[in-house]
Design a protein around this ligand. Structure first.
Ligand code: TRP
Length: 448
């Protein structure tokens, strides 16, 4: 099944790699914290609806473009374009996605590095290396630079090996570990006092909040970030799938895994907060809302782990290893975006391109670390709040208005003989043409 440019060797390989890209800090950290700050289960409900009704169709648009083009994002979109202006439009959207994902990786690497330093801390504590432990978990430029670099080196090492030997092989190893760790941690937290209360807070929706604009915007942003949309990544993953696979079902399976893991992560984090409260840790801020954001992961949970005594070291280790793995299977997909572009368009050898681009992105991260207060938030909003929805919307416009309908249907039919009788066939093309771009645009402009 692999072509000369590489490709996933099996259906499972694709599912785990795409789910690996989708499941990341966004699921295990972003989703529970957003849930905590947006009224608990009301957010979960809205998220589920938006993930399936808007993010999944947009996700399919990107996968189909890639599978049709069998090339990096820019080339794939150019292949579909017929006139000069369409080709220019294709370049802007494809290349825009690549710029966007480079920015995302530059801040994501910093957070992931921090997860790694927090994962090592329980080990140094166990060994009695107290100075090292406190250095690992205290904020410093040097620590951030070292661990961001370390995380980038891991990402580069996997991407240098290519699609089958790198992305697929490591996703197959890491994703089962991630799911296993997550379930073990949930079971353990459930045996602790306070967990039931957290469980209730997570699952009882305050329906009155469902239509709050801020909640809708956060949920949409979260869904797009989680499915790695608007960044060329899913176009490139789509290009590595064989024409004999049923893309519509594969895409749905990946979406389902992504959403389920976000939901499971909520089952871990929100009850953990209430367990922490039962142990005397403050989990509500002054205005009465649940603590969210960085404080949750880097203060509340570590305090909880410390309160557990010796076993807390193992739980903390498990938790931050889980975070690091989730980040790594995502960061490899991010690096693949620019690497595939440079390898295919500029004929650079893969290993060289990977090291060079990875190093460049690390320099960006270093700039952010050195100017943290100014740049960190700015890069996050530029790439995730503006860039991703905008480019995802343009991808839908591209499929709906530029790609000839017969061509789109032809691509859907590949590997899916009975496609013509499915609901997807009947609804998706016009849905992607009209509903997706307008809905994304409405939410996007509202957020401005
Ligand atoms: N989806 C990942 C998460 O939830 C992040 C991610 C991976 C991503 N690849 C991406 C986000 C590409 C945007 C673009 O953490």
């Amino acid at each position: 099944m692999s072509t000369a440019r590489g490709g996933f060797s099996s259906r499972m390989g694709f599912i785990l790699a795409a789910a690996g890209s989708a499941v990341g800090l966004g699921n295990i950290w972003g989703f529970p914290t957003q849930t905590a700050s947006n009224g608990g289960a009301a957010f979960v409900l809205v998220y589920l609806v938006l993930a399936f009704c808007l993010a999944y169709p947009a996700f399919m648009a990107e996968l189909l473009i890639g599978r049709y083009g069998q090339a990096n994002a820019v080339t794939s979109m150019e292949k579909i374009s017929r006139s000069l202006w369409q080709k220019r439009f294709a370049f802007v959207v494809g290349f825009g996605g690549i710029v966007c994902v480079v920015l995302i990786l530059s801040f994501y690497g910093i957070l992931a590095g921090k997860m790694m330093s927090y994962a090592i801390e329980p080990v140094t504590s166990l060994l009695g290396l107290n100075d090292a432990s406190s250095w690992l978990i205290s904020q410093s430029v040097v620590r951030n630079l070292i661990f961001t670099a370390l995380f980038m080196v891991l990402t580069i090492a996997i991407i240098r090996r290519g699609v089958e030997d790198g992305i697929e092989k490591w996703s197959k190893r890491l994703m089962p570990m991630l799911i296993g760790l997550l379930i073990l941690l949930i079971i353990y937290v459930f045996t602790l006092e306070g967990a039931k209360e957290g469980f209730a807070a997570y699952l009882n929706p305050d329906i009155s909040r469902v239509f709050e604009p801020d909640l809708l915007i956060s949920a949409l942003g979260q869904a797009f970030f989680s499915l790695s949309l608007g960044t060329s990544v899913m176009v490139i993953y789509g290009s590595y799938i064989s024409k004999s696979e049923n893309l519509v079902t594969l895409g749905a399976q990946v979406t389902l895994i992504d959403v389920s893991i976000a939901f499971l992560a909520g089952l871990l984090i929100i009850p953990s907060m209430y367990v922490a409260q039962a142990q005397g840790v403050a989990i509500f801020s002054d205005d009465g809302s649940l603590i969210s954001g960085p404080n949750l992961v880097f203060d509340v949970l570590p305090t909880l782990f410390t309160g557990m005594g010796a076993i807390g070291l193992f739980v903390a280790f498990g938790f931050f290893v889980l975070m690091s793995i989730a980040a790594l299977t995502s960061s490899i997909s991010m690096l693949e975006g620019p690497v595939s572009f440079v390898v295919e368009r500029h004929n650079v050898e893969r290993k060289k391109a990977t090291t060079f681009i990875g190093f460049g992105i690390f320099i960006l991260s270093a700039l952010i670390i050195l100017n943290f207060d100014v740049l960190f938030g700015l890069v996050i909003s530029l790439s995730t709040v503006y860039g991703q929805p905008l480019i995802a919307m343009l991808c839908c416009v591209f499929v709906g208005w530029i790609w000839q309908r017969s061509g789109v249907l032809e691509e859907i039919k590949q590997g899916n003989d009975s496609a013509e009788h499915s609901l997807f066939w009947k609804v998706w093309p016009w849905y992607t043409k009209f509903v997706c771009p307008s809905a994304i645009a409405i939410v996007f402009f509202h957020s401005l």
